[in-house]
Design a protein around this ligand. Structure first.
Ligand code: MTE
Ligand code: HPA
Ligand code: MOS
Length: 767
């Protein structure tokens, strides 16, 4: 008999059946008490300007309306900035900073009434000049929203000057809407005195708690945030829920009634931040073999009107501007630019993908300049085993690049297929094909070092059932099942005994966002710590009662062996309870070894790296620019997987989300700063019909984390997103074929069919 649901087993997501049958409870499914009110936001229709008047009389007179909330109704601080700098108000009092900025909320008896009433506001705004994109912001002398970062090693100027070849270029990289299935929502219940409980769709309950307390002007102990699960977060709910939680809580306290705030999809897309788009200027110096000598890069990002997480996001872009490659001399700088747009935020990869794609662009530049296969250039520049140093002075200790890429090159039959494609394209048909094999190396840990901590609470009840609570949040990624597996294994009981409970600030305090892919690394360890404490007490109890040594007590599946005797787990727990053994523990974990000095640009920001590689083949119609992904092979490194079934799902989902970012998902603002792609009708995410025709996904089964992570696993949430770059590069190759691969197509992202067609026509015209 073995433990059902221990780690390293393929288990379905604990809520899979509930997800697909509609029985999983989301915040909007919570039964509304009689008297629940509904809020809706009123948004600015000007990108930048001074508020000279706000006439809400018609809003108040509309049917069903109970009241309105403006900046004047905030008892505490009018500030929900994650940085604490006050640049992010709940509602602005004087100056509007983007088209779509929430200015007030209407509270009514129904959501429909609130929504209709919001449209009746008459807001007068004196327009000021606005800037929408990062280059325009630099030209206009707009400030950085937060301090830029510089990473430097070696002698860049000398390195570039001494290189046999130098190429300089610019790449524009688009943003991305999170398009979670469940949008933002908050449901607030007023309590006695200063108390309020908010059900929030958030990746970061502790931050929501802190913000609600701050806005209400009460201590954090008066605010409880609960989240059972999210219908996707993808980084979009790391800070952007603050507004919804704060407004619902404000209204709940003001009218002493439960209040729900759920924007519709358009409002969610318009009023909440997205992935940062970047303009990257690069210069790369290299030798005749394609080996990089020096790299200089400037990464300007559209941060929007406030800092939010733009500091760590643009930092992470620089941390990944090397991807898998060693740069002997390097200088990388960020410009986190203020713009009059919604404040951009975390999105799967957190700036990393924008850095990685620039590294891959430089590889392409070198390959096309020298007439070589980009894969050869990649291999020539991989970090060498044995300790090359990154631009941030961390040694790459756990390098498995060559093995991952070598195995995928063989299993995908890259060489033979590339040759066949070259031969086919040489025939000059309308449909051209492309193939690309790209690697990823992704640093794991929050770069804000103090975030790398977690807590968990484990109770063993006296019937032998176990309650598990940890500070992480479930957004579909399978965190709960993984942590439950750790607990089941620790006590050697079947996983059915372990009840996973909703995340709440009441059980584990001061938690970090479930982000940076670190959820299972951090919370898995914290839960294990709690289990080990309880087990240690149980072992002491057994030693005392049965008169044995600790080494003679063993947790076997479903039972405990004490000396020569075996007792069922339930029976043992009941006896321990009667003997007054404490059967509850709070666990804690903090990641060892990491440190980071931002001012110097030096340290070890990452505990370890996760690796992967993808080989993608596409066909492009050179008359229309449309394309299709024909085949994808992936080999990804998750160390010793806690749950291979869940991890494969993360790899597949991350990859497809990366493909969407780089192909069809295009955000478009008009000259007035109004987002014109604010619904699925105009913003195109990948569909089931866009999946690769052949999709082979494998985990590197031989891999185990060199560091002492939970069961030697590795984080999986974000790294696979960057495997989507292989599709982008394969499209690039198909495009390059129309000019016999003599020129790097320099595609910008997203490579929409229009962009692909324009690139083809440009290359043909130049030929
Ligand atoms: N997977 C699903 N299904 N839904 C999500 O919202 N978010 C991603 C990733 N995978 C997400 C997801 C992001 S941005 C992160 S940081 C990680 O999951 C967070 O969870 P983890 O740390 O538990 O991996
Ligand atoms: N990743 C994701 N979220 C974060 C990070 C990070 O590195 N730092 C702060 N929030
Ligand atoms: Mo993920 S972008 O770190 O929430």
């Amino acid at each position: 008999m073995s433990v059902k649901g221990a780690t390293h087993q393929d288990l379905t997501h604990d809520s899979a059946a509930k997800h697909v049958t509609g029985r999983a409870d989301y915040t909007d499914d919570i039964l509304e008490p009689i008297g629940t009110l509904h809020a809706y936001l009123g948004l600015s229709e000007v990108a930048h300007g001074r508020i000279t008047g706000m006439d809400l009389s018609e809003v108040l007179a509309a049917p069903g309306v109970v009241g309105v909330l403006t900046a004047a109704d905030i008892p505490g601080a009018n500030d929900i900035s994650p940085t604490g700098t006050g640049d992010d108000p709940v509602f602005p009092a004087e100056t509007v900073e983007f088209h779509g900025q929430p200015l007030f909320a209407v509270v009514a008896k129904s959501r429909d009434a609130a929504r209709r009433a919001a449209a009746r506001a008459r807001v007068e705004i004196d327009p000021l000049p606005h800037v929408l994109d990062p280059m325009g912001a630099i030209e206009a002398g707009y400030p950085d929203v937060t301090a830029p970062l510089k990473l430097e090693r070696g002698e860049v100027a000398a390195g570039l000057a001494g290189s046999a070849h130098r190429i300089r270029g610019r790449m524009e990289i688009g943003g991305q809407d999170h398009m979670y299935l469940e949008g933002h929502i908050a449901f607030a219940m007023p309590g006695e005195d200063e108390d309020v409980v908010v059900y929030s769709s958030t990746q970061h309950p502790s931050e929501a708690q802190h913000m609600v307390a701050h806005v209400l002007g009460v201590p954090s102990h008066s605010v409880v945030i609960n989240v059972r699960r999210m219908g996707g977060g993808f980084g979009g709910k790391e800070t952007q829920m603050n507004l919804f939680a704060a407004v619902a809580a404000l209204a709940a306290k003001k009218w002493n009634r439960p209040v729900k705030l759920r924007p519709d999809r358009d409002q969610d897309m318009i009023a909440t931040g997205k992935r940062h788009d970047f303009v990257a200027d690069y210069e790369v110096g290299f030798d005749g073999e394609g080996r990089i000598e020096a790299v200089e890069g400037l990464f300007a990002a559209r941060c929007g009107f406030s800092a939010d997480l733009s500091g760590p996001v643009t930092d992470r872009a620089l941390f990944h501007a090397d991807n898998a490659y060693f740069y002997p001399h390097v200088r990388l700088r960020s410009r986190p630019m203020k713009t009059n747009t919604v404040s951009n935020t975390a999105f799967r990869g957190f700036g990393g993908p924008q850095g990685v794609i620039v590294a891959e662009r430089m590889i392409e530049e070198i390959a096309y300049a020298l007439g070589r296969d980009p894969l050869e250039i990649r291999k020539a520049n991989f970090y060498r085993p044995g300790g090359d140093v990154t631009p941030y002075h961390q040694v790459v200790e756990d390098n498995i690049l060559e093995r991952i890429v070598g195995e995928l090159e063989a299993s995908s039959e890259y060489q033979a297929r590339r040759q066949a494609i070259l031969d086919d394209n040489a025939k000059g048909g309308i449909i051209r094909r492309g193939i690309a094999l790209t690697p990823v190396k992704f640093g794991i840990s929050f770069t804000a070092t103090w975030y790398n901590q977690a807590g968990a609470l484990v109770h063993v009840y006296n019937d032998g059932s176990i309650m598990l609570n940890h500070g992480g949040t479930e957004m579909g990624q399978g965190l709960n099942i993984k942590v439950a597996q750790v607990v089941a294994e620790a006590f050697a009981v079947d996983i059915d005994r372990v009840k996973i409970t909703r995340t709440t600030t009441e059980k584990v305090p001061n938690t970090s966002a479930t982000a940076a892919s670190s959820g299972s690394d951090l919370n898995g360890m914290a839960a294990l710590d709690a289990c080990e404490q309880i087990k240690a007490r149980l072992v002491d109890f057994a030693c005392e009662k049965w008169g044995v040594e600790a080494t003679e007590v063993e947790f076997l599946p479903g039972r405990v062996k004490i000396g020569a005797e075996e007792i069922g787990f339930d029976d043992f727990i009941r006896q321990a309870y009667v003997a007054r053994v404490q059967l509850s523990a709070a666990g804690f974990y903090k990641t060892p070894k990491i440190h980071w000095d931002r001012a110097k640009g030096q340290g070890r920001p990452f505990y370890y790296f996760a690796y992967g590689a993808a080989c993608s083949e596409v066909s492009v119609d050179t008359l229309t620019g449309e394309y299709r992904v024909d085949r994808v092979d992936i080999l990804h490194d998750v160390g010793r997987s806690l749950n291979p079934a869940v991890d494969r799902g993360q790899v597949e989902g991350g990859f497809i989300q990366g493909v969407g970012w780089l192909t069809s998902e295009e955000l478009w603002w008009d000259g007035d700063g109004r987002l014109r792609t604010h619904a699925p009708s105009t913003y195109k995410i990948p569909l089931a019909s866009d999946r690769p025709r052949i999709f082979n996904v494998a985990l590197a089964e031989w891999s185990q984390n060199a560091e002492r992570t939970i069961k030697r696993s590795k984080a999986v949430g974000e790294p696979p997103l960057m495997l989507g770059i292989s599709v982008f590069e394969a499209i690039s190759m198909a495009v390059a074929s129309v000019a016999d691969y003599r020129e790097c197509p320099r595609l910008d992202a997203p490579a929409t069919p229009e962009r692909v067609l324009m690139a083809i026509e440009r290359l043909r015209a130049e030929r």
